[in-house]
Design a protein around this ligand. Structure first.
Ligand code: CA
Length: 378
């Protein structure tokens, strides 16, 4: 038995908070891919577009897919190291290839692939993210990870280093399987249970892809949202879908300067915890004072929204109403994705300590990795 694609649906949306869409996607049976770019100004759009363009022009089986992802990594890394406006840019990629009786997935970052089979949704990929590493090490619970303020920081990305570690996965597929590829703008806003409920609704895959994106926007639309749905059938079945390829990349991404795109709108981490203080009230003034003193003293090493290491003052907690109990006090140029796994485990353990202890830990990291760039701002 050989499988082919019966139906596909896809949509990419800027969402309700960001000013531009840094996601790109490819729908060209039997190959499908989502890429979620990151980087200052519009560099994230460039990175995700390079990834999708490279996949689109390098076709073949599993080996060719892995090679195409490596090629994309090299192209993004070269561009980011030769063009100052693109310094540090990167992208996730989650690509799915229908290959005979199997699907092959090539995966780097925190976009996801899911299988929807017989009414049940099953995740196929691991997130290469800071919070998922912390969950695996037992430092965070899965529930804490969902609300963690640094949940969008990824630990592997295309473009961060000259080489890249790719998860290549192969699964036995069945007719009527539906595969979902999505950027974290979907999975960060819509839970797996809600995704499963929408996939169970009637209608073609395009209408269900639209409903998934709508659900992410109704939940706040805090990030760019990209969704691809792919349904399989036995090859040669009469309903085979023969659509033209769909490649969505930011256009025209090659000619833009950073000034052309609106500045990204990162959530400001600098607000004081006024809501918390009000809630505690005068009766607990001493407790509040101790808390404030603790927040003044407490520092930890974390990462900025674009994935670069930073020293934060406070504790890594986000309260309701967007009240953040931390603010950055030292920004660096060091992308988390450029660190080795042992380096990340050593530095990004959420340990609280004094400012000088946090600075010392960053200096130790720099000393053991002399090629890393030192902090640039105080
Ligand atoms: Ca994203």
């Amino acid at each position: 038995m050989t499988l082919s694609v019966r139906d596909a649906g896809a949509r990419s949306d800027t969402g309700r908070v960001r000013s531009s869409n840094e996601d790109s996607l490819l729908v060209d049976a039997p190959l499908f891919a989502v890429a979620d770019g990151m980087g200052g100004a519009n560099a994230g759009e460039v990175a995700s577009a390079i990834a999708i363009d490279t996949l689109h022009t390098h076709r073949g089986g599993e080996t060719a897919l892995a090679k195409a992802i490596e090629t994309a990594n090299g192209a993004i890394h070269t561009s980011s190291t030769t063009d100052a406006a693109r310094k540090g840019m990167g992208t996730t990629v989650t690509a799915l290839l229908v290959d005979g009786d199997d699907v092959v997935i090539g995966h780097v970052g925190d976009s996801r692939a899911y299988l929807y089979r017989a009414g049940r949704l099953q995740r196929l990929t691991d997130d290469h993210s800071l919070v998922e590493e912390l969950v695996r090490r037992g430092a965070l619970s899965p529930e804490e990870a969902e609300r963690h303020p640094q949940r969008s920081v990824i630990t592997r990305a295309l473009g961060a280093e000259p080489g890249v570690d790719i998860d290549m996965l192969r699964f036995a597929a069945e007719p009527d399987d539906v595969y979902l590829l999505a950027s974290d703008g979907l999975t960060g806003m819509v839970g797996d249970g809600e995704i499963e409920r929408i996939l169970a609704e009637p209608g073609d895959l395009q209408s269900r892809a639209d409903r998934l994106v709508d659900a992410a926007n109704q939940a706040g639309g805090e990030d760019n949202v990209t969704v691809i749905l792919v349904a399989l059938e036995r090859a040669g079945a009469a309903t085979s879908d023969r659509r033209a390829p769909l490649v969505i990349v930011p256009d025209p991404y090659e000619d833009r300067t950073p000034e052309d795109a609106g500045a990204p709108v990162p959530r400001s981490p600098g607000r004081p915890p006024t809501v918390l203080l009000a809630a505690i009230g005068a009766a607990a003034l001493i407790v509040a004072l101790l808390l404030v003193i603790g927040l003044q003293w407490s520092h930890f090493v974390g990462a900025q929204p674009d994935g670069r290491l930073a020293v934060y003052q406070g504790v890594p907690v986000e309260l309701p109403f967007d009240v953040l109990l931390y603010k950055p006090v030292l920004l660096t140029d060091i992308p988390v994705a450029a660190l080795t796994a042992p380096q990340r485990a050593a530095i990004l353990d959420q340990r609280l300590g004094s400012r000088s202890a946090a600075d010392t830990r960053l200096e130790d990291l720099l000393r053991t990795s002399p090629w890393l760039r030192p902090p640039t701002a105080g």
